[in-house]
Design a protein. Structure first.
Length: 220
């Protein structure tokens, strides 16, 4: 029991109360996103966004790849922590979501650090592999869950030795532990988790934070 905390609404309220406020441009983007279908649950929550920014700062990342943009809340968090000259390449299947994000990125002063690639990142129409292989400092994966095993292999190919792969939703609302859940998304997350646990290329930990977040540092 010492490893567990029951996250009640009161505890979440307290967490928000003692956390640093989000930048205005990010809060505005989050509010606009909340009006869209799924917009209240798809973006990373504020605490997770702050954690992503902290990871970028702690690792000294200069080149970041994001798989799954949606309306760009996480993209803004990643870009905000980059040093001068840093770059985020974010990949999204549909151009309509980054279009919503761009005015907010500009308001936050990070638009010049961002490159949007439209297409299936793991299918490589975006041209991620090749010259970027082994050069990326941090890869953040938060896209369709059925594709997670493919996205993970892409991420490991891209990230440099010592670099970090971060994967969101790896507990998937607890469905990964429910034998009755056999839909493609749940199975995709399960396969990812099994694959990472057996992967001797990385040192990994699955954190029971938000909906589960896995950090995998490439060791070779």
């Amino acid at each position: 029991m010492g490893e567990q905390v029951v996250v009640t609404p009161a505890l979440l309220d307290y967490l928000r109360e003692v956390s640093q406020p989000e930048p205005a441009a990010l809060a505005e983007l989050r509010a606009e996103t909340a009006l869209l279908p799924g917009g209240g649950v798809l973006p990373v929550p504020p605490g997770e966004g702050a954690f992503l920014a902290m990871l970028v700062a702690l690792t000294g990342a200069r080149l970041v790849v994001e798989v799954g943009t949606f309306t760009g809340c996480s993209t803004l968090c990643l870009a905000s922590a980059l040093p001068d000259g840093g770059r985020v390449i974010t990949c999204e299947l549909s151009p309509k979501w980054p279009a919503i994000a761009r005015p907010h990125w500009e308001r936050a002063g990070v638009a010049d650090r961002l490159e949007v690639l439209v297409g299936d990142a793991a299918g490589s129409p975006a041209g991620l592999t090749g010259e970027l292989a082994g050069r990326v400092d941090l890869v953040f994966v938060d896209a369709d869950k059925a594709g997670y095993p493919r996205y993970y292999e892409l991420a490991v190919e891209l990230v440099r030795p010592g670099g970090l792969v971060v994967v969101d939703n790896t507990l998937f609302s607890g469905r990964v532990a429910d034998p009755a859940a056999v839909d493609p998304d749940t199975e995709g997350v399960r396969e990812l988790n099994r694959r990472i646990a057996a992967d001797d290329r990385v040192q990994a930990v699955l954190l029971a934070h938000a909906d589960g977040m896995t950090l995998a540092r490439r060791t070779r």
